[in-house]
Design a protein around this ligand. Structure first.
Ligand code: MSP
Length: 646
């Protein structure tokens, strides 16, 4: 089909705040979107997949100030971490939008001006309580604490009073239109339980929404009134238009807008299912088709957050297992709409049993037999018997169900269905005992049929798994001597009997690396909430005692993560007359490439320590934050390495 005659599909992830480095929760949203985008490509759609970062607002302003850097410096650092993670997770997005892009800013300014001219935005005074962590104005019925602040009902953090001149958006005027939207489009919000939440929220009545701040400098200034910066959610939601080229590339915008799915976490549903369609209606835009609110990944039954000290760094798992097992686990373990509790034991169990045992062993055993008995090429294949026909027709039945589940975004159910078929194939081999037939030369055509049939089934399995585990699927596909790259083949054309028997099948290679469970579990982060006692001032030391510590300026020459660990970075540092190796637990705050070239203070006469088998011959100085992460004071000046620090 010609590209421009294909049906289009536009999917988005939320754009991520840059106050923090990405964790499993962020990875989850993006992996679901990637799997859906890949599936739609297999279905022959012309797909556009947008992701990016939300870089303005008070939260980022405060985080940058706490680190002593500017907001844009913070954003630049963290954007790199997001992009690196998406690469490591095989995320095949089409465009990465940053809200600090000048183009986005100009377009938001003009969309704002348009609504103002139309009378949907007016000036007034806002008085109320604002949660910086959620960048959200609290509703009036949240009770006031005795100390004069409110507690945000969504995140539990303190919300202080703000009282300032502001521009309001006439949200109240859109209440009926929103109710009509929900009534006429029952799948506008999914899953259904979330639609019910939204309907009852809007039914209770909508107040006009404050959409500018005068006390926040880090934002897009309002045209003709630059004392006001645009509220970060008004700014951020419009990424879905600017990211698809609204003014930047009108052809692109016309081709893909409106979005088919805005995939988001359940915590930001109200912004997407109430504010966003109201802004769009006011601007005269077509509305997105579905806002899908997925559940959360919890750790020890609570939402992951940096302040609780229970966030999971995806790199720990990626370093030990690679990409596909993590993608598989997150998509298989829970239905997209529900919460799930992450445990390393659960992860290892699922990956070992489904990927290594069921799928990995099937591939390994089958291709080994085809090598051993046929040198990779079938000769004479016997006609299909009833049991062989059953394996084939069973696939046709499974295929329909798999497609229906994927279409419904029920990825875990599609995977259940695929695994049921993997069991059927394993049972087929067990029942037909090819290893016994192989002992009898006269049975060779029967043996060929059984192995051919199982290989044809494996090929269809690899195909169906492509959205979820693209790298492993492609590997199996290639071992089966398929020349075409996977997404180029359309699902509708996937036939069991499309497996040409004249091909040369490859020797198997291990697909899912064996994992040393003990080592991996030893790495499980201590996830109890970190409640630190205030550190007391220590006992006095004499100046002579202090002088015995040799503190020096060191320059970091090289830095790399210590594989399979959560926090450790190994560095080579120049301390003047020599270069030393140093290991430090700073990976939750810094990425190795940000460290190279930086100058800092290290102690050079402390007894070397061995950390995870690596000798550390110096120790750096850093501030320890309440969540146990480290912030290093770097020198801005160009001081020679080796200079004494006293
Ligand atoms: N910047 C806003 C979104 C603006 S979209 C116009 C934001 N950013 S966020 O970085 O805080 O969160 C982004 C997404 O990550 C949200 O959908 C959120 O639900 C998701 N997750 C964050 N932690 C999560 C888990 N622990 N589990 C699953 N997803 C979670 O909100």
């Amino acid at each position: 089909m010609a590209e421009n005659s294909k049906q289009t599909f536009y999917i988005t992830t939320p754009i991520y705040y840059v106050n923090d480095i990405p964790h499993i929760g962020h990875a989850y949203t993006t992996i679901i979107a990637d799997a859906i985008a890949r599936y739609k490509k297999l279905q022959g759609f012309d797909v556009f997949f947008l992701t990016g970062t939300d870089e303005h607002g008070q939260k980022i302003e405060k985080s940058a100030a706490a680190r002593g850097i500017t907001p844009i410096e913070l954003a630049d650092q963290v954007v790199g971490r997001f992009k690196d993670l998406w690469e490591a997770l095989d995320i095949d997005y089409d465009y990465f939008i940053r809200t600090t892009q000048p183009q986005h800013g100009t377009e938001v300014q003009s969309l704002f001006a348009k609504l103002k001219d139309k009378g949907d935005i007016y000036k007034g005074t806002y008085e109320g309580y604002y949660c910086v962590s959620d960048e959200n104005f609290l509703s009036e019925d949240v009770p006031l604490e005795t100390k004069g602040y409110k507690i945000c009902p969504d995140c539990g953090k303190k919300a202080n009073k703000v009282s300032e001149e502001t521009y309001f958006f006439k949200l109240s005027a859109y209440q009926q239109a929103l109710m009509d939207l929900y009534a006429n489009n029952p799948t506008f919000v999914r899953p259904q339980s979330r639609m019910n939440e939204i309907v009852s929220f809007v039914k209770r009545g909508l107040k006009d929404l404050s959409i500018t701040r005068t006390t926040v400098k880090w934002g897009i200034p309002v045209l003709d009134d630059p004392e006001h910066t645009v509220y970060v959610w008004f700014d951020a939601l419009h990424n879905y238009l600017t990211g698809i080229g609204y003014k930047r590339d009108p052809g692109l915008y016309e081709r893909y807008w409106p979005a088919d799915v805005h995939l988001i976490g359940k915590d930001i549903l109200r912004f997407h299912a109430v504010f966003w369609p109201a802004f769009l209606m006011a601007g005269g835009f077509a509305l997105p088709k579905t806002v899908f609110g997925h559940g959360w990944w919890l750790k020890d039954k609570t939402k992951m957050s940096k302040s609780k000290g229970n966030v999971l760094d995806p790199h720990t798992i990626l370093d030990s297992f690679g990409t596909d097992p993590l993608r598989y686990f997150l998509l298989r373990e829970i239905p997209v709409g529900l919460d799930g509790n992450f445990s390393h034991e659960g992860f290892i169990h699922r990956v070992n049993s489904d990927l290594a045992n069921d799928l990995g062993n099937l591939t390994q055993r089958l291709l080994t037999m085809i090598q051993n008995y046929f040198s990779g090429r079938f000769t004479d294949i016997e006609e299909e018997k009833e049991t062989d026909i059953k394996l084939r027709t069973e696939f046709e039945r499974a295929k329909e169900k798999i497609i229906a589940f994927y279409d419904d975004l029920a990825i875990n159910r599609a995977l259940e269905e695929i695994w049921a078929y993997i069991s059927t194939v394993n049972r087929y081999l067990a029942d037909n005992e090819p290893w016994i037939l192989a002992k009898d030369e006269t049975q060779k055509p029967r043996l060929a049929r059984i192995l051919y049939q199982a290989a044809a089934a494996l090929r269809t399995i690899a195909y169906c798994l492509y959205p979820v585990i693209p790298t492993s699927s492609q590997k199996i596909w290639s071992l089966l001597d398929e020349k075409q790259a996977l997404p180029e083949r359309c699902f509708a054309d996937l036939e069991f009997s499309g497996f040409d028997p004249n091909r040369i099948l490859q020797k198997p290679k291990p697909l899912f690396p064996r994992v040393n469970l003990k080592d991996f579990l030893a790495e499980e982060p201590k996830s109890q909430p970190v409640k630190k006692e205030k550190e007391k001032i220590m006992d006095q030391v004499s100046f002579d005692e202090f002088k015995r510590m040799d503190l020096r300026v060191a320059e970091i020459l090289e830095a790399e993560r210590v594989e399979g660990t959560e926090k450790l970075i190994k560095m080579r540092v120049d301390i003047g007359d020599e270069v030393r190796q140093m290991v430090a637990g700073i990976a939750t705050t810094y990425s190795p490439k940000d460290l190279v070239g930086k100058k800092l203070i290290v102690i050079v006469n402390l007894k070397p320590a061995v950390i995870r088998g690596i000798e550390s011959q110096a120790m750096l100085l850093a501030a320890v934050l309440p969540d146990d992460s480290a912030l290093i004071p770097f020198f801005q000046e160009d001081i020679p390495a080796g200079s004494k620090v006293r």
